[in-house]
Ligand binder design. Sequence first.
Ligand SMILES: [Zn+2]
Ligand SMILES: [Zn+2]
Length: 303
Amino acid sequence: MKEYRFLAKLYGVRGSYPIAPPEGTRYGGNTTCLLTRTNNQIVIFDAGSGIVRAGQDLLPEIFKHKESSNDPFFITIMFTHTHIDHLLGFPYFAPLYIPGVHLTLIGPATMGVDFEDIMRTLVEPQYYPVNMDEFRSEQEFFNISENMVVYFNGDDPIPNFTLNGDLEKEAQLVIRNMKYYFHPKDGSYNYRIEWNGNSLVFATDIEQYVGSDQRLAAFAKNADVFIHDSQYSLEQYPKFQGYGHSSVGMACEAAKQSEVKKLLLFHHDPGNDDAALEKLEKEGKKIFPAAELASETWEWVVK
Ligand SMILES: [Zn+2]
Ligand SMILES: [Zn+2]
């Protein structure tokens, strides 16, 4: 008997590139990775360097499954976009090397290149010694589109897709998306994960609009947890305007307008140490009291 029915856990909260400062960081140095799961369904968002530890954490469960079943062990990975900080952990994701693991990989075609081709290029021999066909797991690729809803029925670990919004009545874990156009050069996807009335919105690599994006405010409405890009302080932001990231104030304003219960400030700038981040958090709390820094120790357990 597991101690949760739904779990969300952050494995990487840093933007741009991973860091390992000698004095450490309380919040974590890995780039983007969020794991969400029920007892039998696993959906990971982004394969930044944080996915390496996520993969290691899954190994005991995969080996246990293989002892008792000949069915594949299903893992779904969804991608917000294909910038390198969101992909760089992928080749080091341990389940790739295990026969009997089935990976469903869902991400955006970008600049006219299919998602599968982008991922295959990432592990071409010029960049990595093991190419996609040499991994021992099975991989299945899908291009995401704006009207695609990914959902899981009951306890079934295999994802289903719908383009017209019609869900089967057994659907329990449901993932909707909203494409965000303002991230260079081909946008990024925000995801809303819902499970039995609980909801989490994952909105990274987005730069807010003046007065806050109303489409996103509607998409994130009343979420229990809102994970929002907040790479910069107010002073840093003007230097990086147009880079596709938000300031802490923009994230807090978005949380306010969305009327979410909790905001996690996310995609920390690698140049911001713990003290700088804590200053941002303080700034943020003045606008939205339920704001806190995303950390690799964060998890949300629904029992
Ligand atoms: Zn990023
Ligand atoms: Zn990006």
